[in-house]
Design a protein around this ligand. Sequence first.
Ligand code: CA
Length: 129
Amino acid sequence: MSVWKRWRNITAVILLVSLLLLTPVDARPEYMKDFKEYSDSIKKCTLCHVQSSGYGGVNSFGADYAKLGKGEKLLSKDSDGDGYTNQQELSSGTFPGDPDSKPGKEAPGMEVLAALFAIYLAMLIVRKV
Ligand SMILES: [Ca+2]
């Protein structure tokens, strides 16, 4: 096997694994019922958890949600301390447990663009076979 083919195969495997890791996973429906009126862009594990897989514990919003439940106290609070209330963030489609995500700053759905780019690269590699 030539160096080029070996490199191509390794790259294809890396791209496919990356694609699998980037596949969006919906948050658990029993929790999402409390947020059904908000954008689909926030209905992910990272709404309440640190990692997109749901592992790694809860973020500041998840901790407040567990403590307060969904109600005025939770919605009026700024769980991540970024200057926007949880209500403002949820209504804007940003994550109230991530201080780097705030209204007007983040364009949600970057993982989808990354997945599409990975598919595009994989198709380019396959066409070179
Ligand atoms: Ca935020």
